[in-house]
Every structure is written in C-alpha cells, then in structure tokens.
Design a protein. Structure first.
Length: 254
C-alpha cells in the first residue's frame, strides 16, 4: 500500500462536473497561452535587426539600445512590415544626421504620412503620434527602453495575472498522480518564483543588459511548467486509470 495525503483525490474520484470545469479552464488557458506567446514574439522579435526572438531583443526592449532610437528600433522590429527598405533607410539616415527640420518637411513627412498615418495620427493614445516634427522627434531620441512607469504598470498586471493563471492550473494539477512528490511541488512553485525573477529582471536589465538572460530563462521555466501541468492534467482527467484501492489515505502522507 502506498500512502497518499488524506486530502488527496485523483480526478477519477472527483465528480464529472469538476472534471469538465477543469477541462474547460485548461482549454481556454491553453489557447490564451498561445496568444501570449504570439504577442511576446510580435512585440519583441527582430529589434536587434535579426529575425526571431533573441536575448538581445529583450535587452533592447527593456534597457534600450545604445545605437538605435525608438523610431529605428520600431522600424526594424514590430513596424518593419510597414515600409520598404529604401524608405526606412531614408528615415534612419535623417535620424542619424540629427533630425533636421527642413529635411523632415521635404522628404520624411511624406513617407510617414503615407506609411504610418493610418494608425499613428494621434487618434490612438496608446501608440506614439507621428503627425508633426515635434512628435516624431520625441520617438527619435536615443532609445532608453521601457520607462519605469510602464514597467511598474506591466509589473502589477503581470504579477496578478500570472498568479491567477498558475493558481488555477496548479490547483487542477494538484489532483494529478505524480511521483516523486517533490517534483510535483516543484512544477507547481516554479512559475511563481519565475514571475518574480522575470519582473525584477526587467528593472535590472536597465542596469545591466545581461539580466535579459534571466527574463528569457524565467519565461522558459513558466512555459515548461505550464506545459507539464496542462498535459499531465488533461491526460489524467480523461485517460489515466488510478486505483484508489492500492493507496491508503494518511494524515502524514503525500
Ligand atoms: C496598422 C497600424 C500601424 C501602422 C501602419 C504603423 N504602426 Fe507603429 N504601431 C502600431 C501599434 C498598434 C503599435 C503599438 C504596439 C507595438 O509596439 O507593437 C505601434 C507602435 C509603434 C512605435 C512605438 C514602439 C515602442 O517601442 O513603443 C513606433 C515608434 C512606431 N509604431 C512607428 C511606426 C512607423 C515609423 C510606422 C510607419 C513606417 C508605423 N509605426 C506604422 C500600429 C501601426
């Protein structure tokens, strides 16, 4: 006889209603996770000029880049599909030459009007307004990455949101039969430690770009934990045969 904790119940011992609730939550969270990955990729990939998402991309996103302004970084990264290379070259050249106002009126404004104004005309308060010399110059200053107030806003959203997600998945996963038990506990606690490491590293990346590696690893740990909890739970909810008669429930058990 193997000991299990007196409070432990496997999915197969739970009512169908709870198993369907767990399944529904896992399905929607799984799809949500995919969208989150796409969002991370879209907003950070290619900032360093290379395709794909790299540690350098994250370092640039959080700490800025010593050699690219926000405008350039956007045109190389998320906005790269919005204009052809020769026009990008013209805008970059203008930024590097020092944001001359006459050159802006003659050759840069027409490009931005044509390629960017549909979205950046100031009607959306969440994205930079690119309508006018003063507005464009603001995003053409040296890129110092995300500012602290943005980081603070994203930090609290992230910490609350991720806690909700992993509390739900962890609660569901706690009914899975997994041995050794320390491994099960580790899979449950990891994402909480990772989100702290992740969020603190955003700020530390401002001091030293090397912390982008921690952001990267923490993201990987969260993804891994999510994948394990999701597949093991889903599999055991519907396909795994657990035989309670081979277990005794003990207050001191696992
Ligand atoms: C189809 C709509 C659309 C067009 C066209 C567009 N953008 Fe954007 N832009 C966005 C959105 C949405 C964001 C905010 C989300 C993001 O950062 O990906 C954004 C963000 C930005 C940012 C801020 C990036 C940051 O790090 O905060 C800059 C700079 C920018 N765009 C420049 C441009 C330039 C230059 C063009 C034209 C060559 C352009 N955009 C065309 C939608 C657009």
């Amino acid at each position: 006889m193997v000991q299990v904790h007196r409070m432990y119940f496997h999915y197969s011992e739970l009512p169908l209603s709870m198993r369907t609730l767990f399944t529904g939550a896992l399905l929607v969270l799984g799809v949500g996770y995919l969208f989150a990955m796409i969002h991370v990729y879209n907003s950070h990939a290619g900032r360093d000029g290379q395709p794909g998402l790299s540690i350098t991309d994250l370092a640039i996103a959080y700490s800025g880049s010593k050699d690219a302004t926000k405008l350039e970084a956007a045109m190389l990264g998320p906005m790269s599909g919005m204009l052809p290379n020769d026009e990008r070259g013209a805008v970059v050249g203008w930024v590097r030459r020092g944001l001359d106002e006459k050159e802006y009126e003659d050759s840069i404004k027409p490009i931005l009007d044509r390629r960017c104004q549909t979205c950046h005309n100031g009607s959306n308060p969440h994205i930079p307004n690119l309508d006018g010399y003063k507005e464009v110059s603001e995003v053409a200053q040296l890129d110092t990455g995300m500012n602290i107030s943005t980081l603070v806003r994203v930090s609290h959203i992230h910490m609350f949101g991720i806690t909700f997600i992993f509390f739900i998945t962890g609660m569901i996963f706690s009914h899975a039969y997994v041995r050794p038990v320390w491994f099960k506990a580790a899979v449950i606690i990891m994402p909480f430690l990772a989100v702290c490491a992740d969020v603190f590293s955003w700020y530390l990346t401002k001091l030293h770009p090397g912390f982008a590696l921690v952001v990267f690893v923490a993201g990987g740990v969260m993804g891994m934990s999510f994948a394990i909890q999701w597949t093991v739970s889903m599999y055991q909810i519907w396909f795994f045969k657990y035989s309670p008669e081979t277990h005794t429930r003990e207050p001191s058990g696992f």
